[in-house]
Design a protein around this ligand. Structure first.
Ligand SMILES: [Zn+2]
Length: 240
C-alpha cells in the first residue's frame, strides 16, 4: 500500500520538508493553472499576471486579481492542508514550502510556511514598499478600479510574484536551505514545471511525489503516488 510506504519514508528519512503546488488546493475548489480546465486555459498569464502587464495596464491586472482574491479568501483548507499541519505538530514535517498564494497552509495551522511566490495576504507599493492587507485592498477596490498606496499614492501591486518578477527576497534562499537539509522532500500537487522551485527536490537527499498525473521528476523519485493530495495525506497521517 503506497500510503504506508510513504509513511515509512517520512519516519525513516527525517527531516521531511514538503513542497506544495496548485494540486493540493484543487480539493478546496481552487482551479489550478496548467491543466486543461486550469486558469491559463482561459486567460493569457502575460496579459493579466505579468509585471509588464501591471506596468502597462494595472487595471486589467487588478481586474483579474480582484476576482482571484475574492475566490481565494472564501476557500477553506482541505484534508491535505490539515494533514500537513498535523504532521508538523507531530514533529514529522519541518516546514512547508509552497508555490500557492492562497494562504491555506497557514489557515490550516501550519506554522513554518515559506511562500515562494508571495501571497494574497497583502499588496505592496513598489515606490515606497508600503503594504496593505487583503481586506484593505478589497475595501479600496469596492470604491475604485485600483488600490492606491496610502503613503505615496502609487498604484499597489498584488503581493504575489508576477511573471517576469524575481521571487520574494529571502524566500527562495530559505526554501533551498530547507531542501538541502531534508532527508526527504515530499512534493505534493506540483507538476514541477515552474523554475526555480521545480529544482528544489534535486537539492534534497531524496524525494517522493504525490501528484495526479506525471511530473518532470517521476523517474528519479523514491516513490510516486498518482492520487489526490487530500486522501493520500490523510491516509499517511492515519498510518503514522
Ligand atoms: Zn507608496
Amino acid at each position: 500500500m503506497s500510503a504506508a510506504r510513504l509513511a515509512a519514508l517520512i519516519r525513516e528519512r527525517q527531516p521531511c520538508v514538503v513542497l506544495t503546488g496548485a494540486g493540493i488546493s484543487t480539493e478546496s475548489g481552487i482551479p489550478d493553472f496548467r491543466s486543461p480546465t486550469g486558469i491559463w486555459a482561459d486567460v493569457d498569464p502575460f496579459e493579466v499576471a505579468s509585471i509588464d502587464a501591471f506596468r502597462r495596464d494595472p487595471e486589467r491586472v487588478w481586474g483579474f486579481y480582484r476576482q482571484r482574491l475574492g475566490m481565494l479568501l472564501e476557500a477553506e483548507p482541505n484534508a491535505g492542508h490539515r494533514a500537513l499541519a498535523e504532521l508538523e505538530e507531530l514533529g514529522l514535517v519541518r516546514a512547508v514550502v509552497t508555490q500557492n498564494i492562497d494562504t491555506l497552509h497557514s489557515r490550516a495551522g501550519s506554522r513554518e510556511v515559506v511562500e515562494v511566490h508571495g501571497s494574497i495576504r497583502s499588496a505592496v507599493c513598489l515606490a515606497c514598499l508600503w503594504t496593505e492587507d487583503a481586506d484593505g485592498v478589497l475595501a479600496q477596490l469596492a470604491e475604485q478600479p485600483l488600490p492606491l498606496c496610502r503613503h505615496c499614492g502609487e498604484v499597489l501591486k498584488p503581493g504575489v510574484t508576477l511573471f517576469g518578477e524575481l521571487l520574494p527576497a529571502g524566500a527562495l534562499e530559505r526554501a533551498t536551505e530547507l531542501a538541502r537539509g531534508a532527508g526527504l522532500l515530499l512534493v505534493v500537487g506540483s507538476t514541477l514545471e515552474v523554475w526555480p522551485v521545480a529544482g528544489l527536490p534535486l537539492e534534497a537527499r531524496a524525494f517522493a511525489i504525490v501528484n495526479r498525473g506525471p511530473t518532470a521528476l517521476d523517474d528519479s523519485s523514491l516513490l510516486k503516488i498518482d492520487a489526490a493530495a487530500g486522501e493520500t495525506l490523510a491516509a499517511v497521517l492515519g498510518v503514522l
